[in-house]
Design a protein around this ligand. Structure first.
Ligand code: ADP
Ligand code: MG
Length: 349
């Protein structure tokens, strides 16, 4: 899974910036009706007709957001694309176009750039996204990627962070904490490999966690499921920084306090098992871990019947009174722990 040492190495200088862009563009033919002009002119041209345009950017800096000694470049490309469109999805909008800005030091080869774009392409194919532009630059050290995703939705479909109402239910898709633990496993193996280069990492027991870290999925499918169930969330956000900080965002933007139940937080069995191995509370991984890219949203109580028992969703709490505190009720109604964005350590084993 780490970089293949046998593939050819072409320096970026050999190909030149224009050659590189041309090579990148070849793999991406626009498919969306809303793309009037993609890569190739000074700017892309889009047409959303009656729908509203939804735009969001992310930046990924080597050493800050990723390290590619354990993040294969193809996975990096896939992940940055998924992370960027996740914000469009969290507005209940459909992502349609992507722009990719990339700054590379000369230690990167053409083949390495291809690997990144192969990952981006895989994500684009999966979500039917058009790559419509970007910019390319050299950098003194390391790799920086900045992506912009563009999408659209009818105005009445848009869901903001502000909309939660008192007594709404708080719902989360999928399960949490996996991406954080996947990173712990990868970092541990990278440390071992540093000391013993012949180390053959054995990831068999951690495939789900590593996949959550290296190949996260933006939950566009959740929007479709909600549409079919005829549920429109009152507020929504994607979980990129950990459940606690996203809950605090929903609370701040709406003005209502939030209460969640520890025992309702969805955890995969491998999250529980691996957290124990690392002597971390699995709930801490879910609250503060981040990078799960699940959706967190609020719904009116009368919509409960529609999502009840749905395997994609967990109801984890409810919206309290205006201005009330945000807290987590620990297992068996034992105690109330205030929710803070980082460093929640109560019960840590
Ligand atoms: P300019 O000098 O006007 O910035 P460029 O030569 O950088 O033009 O870009 C030419 C075309 O290639 C534009 O459509 C631009 O959006 C696209 N492009 C440039 N770099 C990238 C990239 N890294 N990924 C995708 N498209 C790119
Ligand atoms: Mg340019």
């Amino acid at each position: 899974m780490f970089e293949d040492k046998n593939i050819a190495k072409t320096s970026l200088e050999d190909l030149g910036e224009f050659g590189l862009i041309e090579q990148i563009a070849q793999g991406f033919q626009p498919k969306q009706n809303s793309t009037i002009k993609g890569i190739g002119d000074d700017a892309a041209v889009l047409d959303y007709k009656t729908e509203k345009t939804v735009v969001s950017s992310e930046i990924f800096v080597e050493g800050i957001h990723f390290r590619w000694d354990y993040m294969p470049l193809r996975h990096l490309g896939y992940k940055v694309a998924m992370a960027t469109v996740s914000d469009i999805i969290a507005m209940n909008a459909t992502p349609k176009q992507l722009l990719v800005n990339i700054a590379l030091s000369n230690r990167f080869t053409v083949e390495a750039v291809d690997e990144i774009y192969n990952g981006i392409k895989y994500a684009c194919d999966k979500l039917e996204l058009d790559l419509v532009g970007g910019d390319t630059s050299s950098s003194v050290t390391g790799l920086t990627l900045s992506l912009t995703a563009i999408g659209s939705a009818p105005e009445e479909n848009l869901v903001y962070r502000t909309g939660a109402q008192q007594n709404d239910l708080i719902v989360v898709s999928g399960d949490l904490g996996g991406a954080f633990l996947g990173l712990q496993v990868l970092e541990r193996e990278a440390q071992v490999t540093k000391i013993n280069p012949n180390n053959k990492p054995d990831f068999e027991n951690y495939t789900y966690l590593i996949e959550r870290q290296l190949k996260p999925e933006a939950r566009r499918d959740v929007l479709q499921i909600l549409k079919e169930l005829e549920v429109k969330p009152s507020s929504m956000i994607d979980i990129s920084d950990g459940l606690a900080s996203e809950l605090i965002h929903l609370s701040k933007h709406s003005g209502f306090g939030i209460q969640i139940y520890e025992e309702k937080i969805p955890l995969d069995p491998s999250v529980i098992r691996t957290a124990e191995e690392f002597s971390i509370n699995p709930i801490t991984c879910a609250l503060n871990g981040g990078e799960d890219y699940e959706l967190l949203f609020t719904i009116a109580q009368q919509d409960f019947e529609k999502i009840k028992g749905n395997p994609h969703f967990s109801v984890i709490g409810f919206v309290g009174e205006k201005g009330s505190e945000n807290y987590l009720i620990t297992k068996g109604n034992q105690s109330k722990v205030p929710l803070v964005a980082q460093g929640w350590t109560a019960n840590e084993s």
